[in-house]
Design a binder for this molecule. Structure first.
Ligand code: DX5
Ligand code: ZN
Length: 228
């Protein structure tokens, strides 16, 4: 079953409580925290205190997506803040194996994120060092961008690689995901969909979340039936 990891980036910054209450009411138990430093991406967003506050008030899993230069200096802060999953960009670090090991060693799941233009071949010597693969389907930096169609092929390839290697790696897609492409992403074997603007930038976030969850349940079941 494909699940949703709602990105808090598009939430009204004065209404986080409402957003979290909505997610809890609908049984969503994970959120995606987009961390931007104004260098790796041309925007600023949240720091580790966001994760700390989340865990102080809610029982939730949190996935910190570090879109920062020198992620080595941020990972310990997010571990300390209680992030349960941390993803780092391959483009931002010279020593990915060591960094992923630090994340795992700190008790969190380690994710490796790839920008749309970074080929899957870059993972050749890294398979086995991460727990989830985060494929960006937009150039990171902003919520509400349009899904890049060139990423479809990469998603398909990633699914094949993961299955072929029989690795327990979760496949996640982030950027421009919404009602128009979520069904197809499920069909292509994506395990987690990060969704920000398609929920929180809509007029009725609750209806948007419900529609998305209904679609995921329906298409996931169809897929499971077909695979039987
Ligand atoms: C983009 C971030 C995202 C994003 C979610 O840099 O990594 O997680 O805000 O994307 P949308 O808003 O397109 O669903
Ligand atoms: Zn993200």
């Amino acid at each position: 079953m494909t699940n949703i990891s709602p990105s808090l980036l598009s939430v009204d910054f004065f209404r986080f409580d409402q957003a979290l209450a909505l997610l809890q009411q609908h049984g969503v138990s994970q959120v995606h925290i987009d961390v931007m430093d104004g260098h790796f991406v041309p925007n600023l967003s949240f720091g580790a205190e966001m994760a700390r506050a989340l865990h102080r008030h809610y029982v939730m899993r949190s996935e910190a997506h570090l879109m920062v230069e020198s992620p080595e200096s941020f990972v310990p802060r997010f571990l300390d803040a209680g992030a349960t999953e941390i993803s780092v960009h391959l483009e931002s670090t010279r020593h990915p194996s060591r960094l992923l090991q630090t994340i795992r060693g700190g008790g969190a799941l380690a994710g490796l994120a790839l920008n749309p233009a970074t080929p899957l071949e870059s993972l050749r010597y890294l398979w086995g060092s991460f727990d989830f693969l985060l494929l960006m389907s937009v150039d990171p930096g902003f919520g509400g961008q349009v899904f890049l169609p060139t990423v479809w092929e990469k998603i398909e390839q990633a699914r094949l690689e993961i299955d072929g290697r029989r690795l327990p790696v979760r496949l996640e897609v982030d950027g421009g995901v919404g009602l128009d492409n979520a069904g197809e992403l499920v069909k292509r074997g994506v395990d987690t969909l990060v969704v920000g603007a398609a929920i929180f930038a809509q007029r009725d976030p609750e209806a948007s979340l419900r529609d998305l969850m209904d679609l995921l349940t329906k298409v996931s079941h169809q897929k499971e039936e077909n695979e039987r």
